[in-house]
Design a protein around this ligand. Structure first.
Ligand code: FES
Length: 138
């Protein structure tokens, strides 16, 4: 199972069988661990470069914000494909477990759009705020 651990006031720590995919479907990188920007300020997107500290990014990774849901039967594979939606979220497809601030499983699913602009009110999920704030990223 791939594990996504949002760090308090920091990036998404992702471990497992991970594939970072461009919007055109090109595989950019395969990895077993990544720290992905979710404050929207990194100069090395989609990866974290530590800019969240200077930006004053805040998120306490509350379990109550999540919508628990069963794994979509048959749809996802063991590999977690993370597609970079231009000017939008990280579109994740594959088996994944999202953890709370203490590392406990808070959500298990097969597909999710995770915020990378820093503005969602339902972090770590995207709520469409990226459009309102003019988030720009490849
Ligand atoms: S990427 Fe942040 S709300 Fe969509």
């Amino acid at each position: 199972m791939n594990v996504i651990q949002p760090q308090v006031d920091g990036p998404l720590k992702v471990t497992g069988d991970i594939e970072i995919v461009a919007a055109d479907g090109a595989v950019l990188k395969r990895m077993v661990e990544a720290r992905l920007c979710r404050c929207g300020r990194s100069a090395a997107k989609p990866f974290c470069d530590g800019s969240h500290t200077k930006a004053g990014f805040r998120d306490d990774v509350r379990v109550g914000a999540y919508q628990p849901k069963a794994l979509d039967p048959g749809a996802p594979g063991a590999r977690l494909c993370i597609t970079l939606k231009p000017n939008g979220p990280l579109r994740c497809f594959g088996e994944m477990q999202l953890c709370d601030s203490k590392g406990a499983a808070a959500w298990i699913g097969g597909q999710a759009s995770l915020c990378r602009c820093g503005g969602s009110k339902n972090k770590p999920f995207c709520d469409g705020t990226h459009k309102d704030i003019g988030f720009a990223a490849e």
